[in-house]
Design a protein around this ligand. Structure first.
Ligand code: WTA
Length: 635
């Protein structure tokens, strides 16, 4: 059951300009693919050679305990060695790493040297609090420069970070703290969003009151609003950074290539958060290669990945890969349409941004305001555009291409996942495009589209998207739950040893890939990934709700919106007031992105005889479509 459906315009071609191809970091896609296919391990080893290692690896790939693959085994490194340490002794030292703009127009620039010093200082602060290699640190912050500093400092001391997106609320935060068992948490007093303050610290207080796991909370002052500071537990960031031991030099922990770099919780098919684990070695090789080749990063580029650092897109392509490449990135606080719908175009013109990478939902949102807003600004610095997070509908693609890119900038539509760490299906700038297709796999990546038995489906037929061979930044496990790692990704095609992506896709007559949408209980709402189970558990945590089922309904702007069905407890009455109350409850418990658009009160839910809710049936009913095979329906 795919989330979205559109008819692919499979014959509409866009060819890149010859100069762009000639100057691209990888001018010939086919050639590099052939090279990778011939000897994948030699191919990845060559990429790893471009980075710094304390000690080189003994084995490129250890597949003896598949699917627990290991990369660059025996290698010693640290993400920060490549992202910062090696730059400060070289020519990047005074180059800008980040340009940050706050929603209030405040500006902060960080050169590589300055960033390195700030990271060192904060690494010393963490060590001062007793944080050691292997300890998990939770980060729940707004989009301020300190979030980047915090992530890098964690990597530096070898403490895996778990960044929880600032749009999540109490229950989501509490369950992630619990799963990671992190004793230290970083937050802000609040975050600015559309002129209002998101009270992050209040949510932290509530989440921490649910258990006594967190011992130290570090608070960055951003809004200056009054907050509760609990003596003994809460510390101001700026005060810690002023302590004598917060010196601007710090040792970088020497890590095994396979030591964890971070845990990032993502949505799966149960309500329990799923901690996707990535490691130092393979992840740095893969993210830096993909960014360099797909977005063609050059010395003089100004790269803007407009995502939030709290999602994988931000981890890989705001924080880590751009720094490894020594690029200059833009980081902004706020929203695309505040204070005016031209905030983004103003940013592009002001900072001379040359590459913009965002999500279809943002493009559709900006498209609604018409062409006048972008036309008021000089967008001539742009040379490449990117898309991620959900299928981009051809109409939005064409608008992005024509109005923003002035028909000059290729659109790099990257398909990937939290679990893959980096781009898996994406054009390189030299590849001809079709609007809505992520084109073909990245060099070294083998994908297929197969039926339930693992046979490749025919041209333009839908099937499961699978990845057939291991890659360096692949998920290593679900944190603390190896069984779930296997059952979720490897069980379905265990005989073949393939990774199951959870997406439905098709391949057209030119071999181009079209990702249609999720085929499991994961929803994409405005590009955000949410589990139906997360929303459902938010609903049933309200005393009036006995049971609930949630589905995604296609929506022009947001990709999908949430419809919820609730069975109430005996004695409770469905009403408009209760619907409003439940929406507020979900907002508070899970977060604003999880709020259902509509809640329907029902007497029963369609279930299989084994008791599984048939969301497919609910969805077909909501869309007025045929209900399909009902033979497993209980009632
Ligand atoms: C979807 C985001 C179509 C897909 C990086 C995938 C896409 C899920 C695209 C992962 C794209 C991501 N075209 N669909 N270019 N990019 N998706 O983990 O359904 O938040 O499985 O990672 O987003 O979402 P996640």
């Amino acid at each position: 059951m795919a989330e979205q459906g559109f008819t692919p315009p499979t014959s509409e071609w866009y060819h890149p300009a010859p100069e762009l191809v000639a100057n691209a970091n990888v001018p010939n896609y086919e050639e590099v693919c052939a090279q990778a296919r011939q000897d994948p391990q030699a191919f990845w080893a060559e990429r790893a050679e471009t980075l710094s290692w304390y000690k080189k690896w003994d084995t490129v790939l250890d597949d003896s305990n598949a699917p627990f693959y290991k990369w660059f085994v025996g290698g010693k490194t640290n993400m920060v060695l490549n992202a910062l340490d090696r730059h400060v002794s070289g020519e990047k030292r005074n180059k800008l790493a980040f340009i940050w703009e706050g929603e209030d127009g405040a500006e902060v620039t960080l050169s590589y040297w300055r960033l390195w010093q700030e990271v060192n200082k904060f690494a010393n602060v963490l060590r001062g609090l007793g944080v050691q290699k292997g300890d998990r640190v939770t980060i729940y912050m707004g989009r301020v420069p300190e979030i980047v500093i915090a992530m890098l400092a964690c990597a530096k001391v070898g403490a895996p970070h778990s960044v929880v997106y600032g749009g999540f609320s109490e229950q989501a935060l509490a369950s992630r703290i619990e799963d990671a068992q992190s004793k230290v948490l970083l937050t802000c007093d609040g975050a600015w969003l559309r002129g209002k303050i998101v009270p992050l610290k209040d949510t932290v207080d509530e989440a921490c009151s649910r258990s006594d796991i967190v011992k130290d909370v570090i608070v960055v002052k951003r809004t200056g609003q009054a907050i509760n500071m609990q003596a003994g537990r809460d510390h101001w960031y700026h005060e810690l950074m002023a302590l004598p031991h917060a010196k601007p030099e710090a040792e970088t922990e020497i890590m095994d290539a396979e030591d964890p770099l971070f845990i990032l919780y993502t949505s799966g098919t149960t309500g329990k958060p799923k901690g996707v684990l990535h490691t130092h070695g393979g992840y740095q090789v893969y993210t830096s290669t993909t960014l360099s080749w797909a977005f063609d990063i050059k010395e003089e580029d100004r790269w803007w990945c407009a995502a939030d650092p709290g999602w994988i897109t931000g981890h890989s392509y705001i924080v880590y890969a751009p720094l490894i490449l020594g690029a200059t990135s833009i980081l902004y606080e706020g929203a695309p349409t505040f204070p005016e719908p031209d905030r983004w175009w103003q940013l592009v013109a002001k900072y001379g941004i040359s590459i913009l990478y965002t999500a279809p939902t943002a493009i559709r949102g900006l498209m609604r305001f018409g062409e006048d807003y972008p036309d008021r600004h000089d967008l001539s610095s742009l040379r490449l555009l990117g898309s991620v997070g959900e299928p981009i509908n051809p109409e939005a693609w064409r608008w992005y291409h024509r109005v923003i890119g002035k028909e000059r900038c290729p659109i790099i539509d990257t398909w990937w996942q939290t679990e893959t760490g980096g781009f898996m299906i994406t054009p390189l700038p030299s590849v001809a495009l079709k609007p809505g297709s992520a084109t073909r796999p990245f060099p070294g990546i083998e994908v297929d589209i197969v039926d339930e038995d693992g046979n490749p489906v025919g041209v333009n037929e839908d099937g499961d998207l699978v990845i057939k061979t291991p890659w360096p930044s692949m998920i290593r496990t679900v944190y603390g739950d190896d069984e779930r790692f296997i059952s979720q990704y490897w069980q379905k095609y265990a005989a073949q040893g393939w990774y199951l992506a959870g997406d439905t896709a098709r391949r057209d007559e030119d071999g181009y890939l079209w990702v249609i949408g999720r085929n499991d209980d994961v929803l994409k709402v405005s590009g955000y990934r949410l589990g139906t189970a997360e929303v459902e558990s938010g609903l049933v945590s309200h005393s009036a709700v006995a049971e609930s089922a949630v589905i995604g309904i296609p929506d022009e702007l947001r990709g999908n919106v949430i419809y919820a069905y609730c069975i109430l407890v005996a004695g409770a009455e469905g009403s408009d007031e209760l619907e409003a109350e439940l929406k507020a409850h979900v907002r508070h418990e899970v977060g604003p992105i999880a709020v259902p658009k509509q809640i329907e009160f029902v007497e029963s839910l369609p279930k299989t005889r084994s008791g599984k809710i048939m969301r497919r049936v609910l969805k077909a009913q909501a869309l007025g479509q045929p209900l399909g095979d009902l033979s497993t329906l209980e009632d």
